[in-house]
Design a protein around this ligand. Structure first.
Ligand code: DX5
Ligand code: ZN
Length: 216
């Protein structure tokens, strides 16, 4: 099953409750939570308090994308009854295996994200431990950027590895996804699709969610 995870980074924060209600009503599956620290990426977004303000307001699970240094220090903050995944960046974790185990020990599924220029081979020894691999199709830090085409090759190669080795992880893509390119990534093996500006920047958010779901 393919799921849609709208990124609230592109939502109107003064209307965050309302906008998440809209995407839930329209059938979105997951809320993608982009956390940026101004160090690992050149932008600051929001932290666990904002995410937790949505607890109970929506029933959708949270997919937490930590674009931060020293994620181990903050993992507990993002654990709620609704947290399904916490994803850390390979590039931010010198002890990635330990960090993945730490996430799992908190009762949450563990994801690992790769920047566009980072090779898949850097994940050779973690694939069997991960619940999710996030392929970044933009350089993390901002919503509304253009899809980087080589991400598609990376998804295809990752899907092949998954099939060959019977791995359990799901494949997520994040960055520059719109109605025109979403089919190419789901055809390549993506099961969790992040879309920020193409959902929350649409003139009719509910309608846009529906348009995505029709393509799955
Ligand atoms: C980028 C974030 C993305 C971002 C996606 O650093 O990780 O989740 O919100 O936004 P769009 O879909 O507009 O590229
Ligand atoms: Zn993200």
């Amino acid at each position: 099953m393919i799921r849609l995870a709208p990124s609230i980074l592109s939502a109107d924060f003064s209307q965050l409750g309302k906008e998440t209600e809209l995407i839930e009503k329209a059938g979105a599956h997951v809320i993608h939570v982009d956390v940026m620290d101004g160090h690992f990426v050149p932008n600051i977004s929001y932290g666990a308090t904002v995410m937790k303000s949505l607890c109970g307001k929506t029933k959708l699970p949270f997919d937490v994308h930590l674009m931060i240094e020293n994620p181990d220090k903050y993992l507990e903050d993002f654990v709620t009854d609704q947290t399904e995944y916490i994803t850390v960046h390979q590039e931010a974790c010198p002890h990635l295996h330990r960090t993945v185990q730490h996430i799992k020990s908190l009762g949450v599924k563990a994801g690992v994200a790769l920047n566009p220029a980072t090779s898949l081979s850097s994940l050779d020894y973690i694939l069997e431990e991960a619940d999710l691999i996030l392929i970044m199709s933009v350089n993390p830090g901002f919503g509304g950027q253009k899809f980087i085409p080589s991400a598609l090759r990376k998804v295809e190669a990752l899907k092949a590895l998954k099939m060959q080795n019977d791995h359990d992880f799901i494949i997520e893509i994040d960055g520059g996804i719109n109605l025109d390119n979403v089919r190419s990534v789901t055809d390549a093996g993506v099961e969790l699709v992040v879309a920020g500006s193409s959902v929350f920047g649409a003139p009719d958010i509910e309608k846009r969610v529906g348009e995505f779901l029709k393509l799955f």
